[in-house]
Design a protein. Structure first.
Ligand code: ATP
Ligand code: MG
Length: 412
């Protein structure tokens, strides 16, 4: 892509209400634009990263044999009355009426709809188990939308649901999703701590949260450095210095961003909404459910928070909007211009996603923008262009190397 044609409205100053580093940077880098409190447009660069995260999720969930579907955001109140949540959910639920005065909501989560999807199908134990997921926009009228994509009122989530005939089978899915989540977050450049959580609103048995340790997180995590114990303070009530319930060492407390959340739902929805199957003895039983949420837009935000300085982003390789950024120091110079274009074509022909800064801007302006845009590998075409040489920059290592144009592909 030629940068002159890419819509990337970088800003000199962050919006006044942007409190945390990632929110400031994402606005300045032209990744997102606020429409109203907690409501954002994903601009082309930001949306590219979102799609990369989604692709990683799809690949990892394919590995555990979960199938993708897409449910409606617009949900009739009848199903929520069946589950009992129409009255329980409270003001976070975005409610609206159609022209006939019937009640609907904009889905904050999809337990009701997914149960309606499967309940006519699961006549027998032979149809079980299976896992379904979707990637979709969710709506929640959050009390305090803030920190950019961290707490939106409209946000992108991957939500998955499993349907098991037995508790043992639910355990197997729970473990598979745990492993898939660890891998997904790793590929997004995020180390996560798994902490047991309060089941809260959804109701059910066991639950775990995936936390990215960060001072801008909204949760307090008690954890142990000796063993892998971790718990949400909200749930455990443990404090800094208390003995670890697992190994006795002193516990620590730090803030975390919750990027994912998995629950053993059990039969809450299958009982209330009558999703039953015939077991091997011909007896009807409620199907045993698990649900697995992953905040995609929040993952993007957490990744920026972890992989940036005040004025620069360095994207983790697998989610970077482009792999290589070509920056001619002076695009008016014929040699630099021609060499930059030549390398640009070669990389593109070899399937490498590359951004060429073909603007007639001062070098300083271009480098400032490049720092914000955050592409990890840079090819700077400058004075050495006369000898067919360019500077290759690996921003992860802060390494520069003069490279012959014929060696660039090998280098990458
Ligand atoms: P939180 O405690 O942060 O409100 P939650 O327990 O309500 O989260 P879930 O309902 O389990 O979250 O949603 C699954 C995932 O969706 C969360 O782990 C988080 O990553 C993401 N998420 C939840 N609420 C929001 C929001 N308002 N904006 C962006 N992402 C969100
Ligand atoms: Mg919430």
């Amino acid at each position: 892509m030629k940068q002159s044609l890419l819509f990337v409205p970088t800003l000199k100053d962050a919006p006044k209400d942007a409190e945390v580093k990632s929110h400031k940077l994402m606005s300045r880098a032209g990744l997102i634009k606020q429409v109203a409190a907690g409501i954002y447009t994903y601009l082309p660069l930001g949306y590219k990263v979102i799609k990369n995260i989604e692709e990683i999720i799809r690949q990892e969930l394919e590995k555990i044999d979960a199938s993708e579907l897409l449910m409606p955001a617009l949900q009739p109140s009848d199903l929520w009355m069946e589950s009992g949540r129409w009255d329980e959910y409270g003001p976070e639920l975005m409610r609206l009426q159609d022209r006939k005065g019937r009640d609907f909501c904009l889905g904050p989560t999809h337990e009701e709809i997914i149960t309606q999807v499967v309940r006519d199908y699961i006549s027998s134990y032979k149809k079980l188990p299976f896992a379904l997921y979707q990637i979709q926009t969710k709506f929640r009228d959050e009390m305090r939308p803030r920190f950019g994509l961290m707490r939106g009122r409209e946000f992108i989530m991957k939500d998955a649901y499993t349907f098991s005939p037995t508790e043992e089978d639910l355990d197997i899915w729970y473990k598979k999703f745990t492993k898939a989540y660890i891998d997904i977050f790793k590929r997004c450049g995020l180390e996560t701590k798994i902490v047991s959580s309060d089941v809260g609103q959804i109701g059910g048995d066991e639950a775990d949260e995936f936390m990215v340790m960060s001072e801008v997180g909204e949760d307090n995590i008690t954890y142990c450095n000796k063993c892998n114990y971790g718990a949400n303070q909200e749930h455990s009530g443990l404090n800094e210095g208390d003995p670890c319930p697992k190994c006795g060492a002193d516990l620590l407390v730090a803030r975390g961003i919750e990027v994912g959340n998995i629950f053993k739902l059990g039969t809450k929805y299958s009982e209330s909404m009558n999703a039953k199957f015939m077991d091997q003895n011909g007896k009807p039983k409620p199907v045993i459910m698990g649900c697995y949420g992953l905040g995609i837009s929040r993952t993007l935000m957490a990744s920026v928070e972890q992989h940036s300085t005040e004025n620069a982003i360095i994207w983790p390789k697998e989610i970077s909007p482009y792999q290589v950024h070509i920056i001619p120091v002076n695009y008016k110079n014929e040699e630099q211009h021609d060499l930059a274009l030549e390398i640009y074509s070669t990389l593109r022909e070899n399937g490498i996603e590359v951004l060429l800064d073909d603007r007639f801007e001062r070098a300083g302006v271009k480098f400032k923008d490049a720092d914000l845009i955050g592409i990890p590998f840079r090819i700077i075409v400058g004075k050495d262009a006369t000898e067919g040489k360019v500077e290759f920059v690996n921003r992860y290592k802060d390494e520069k190397q003069l490279v012959n144009k014929s060696d660039i592909l090998d280098y990458i």
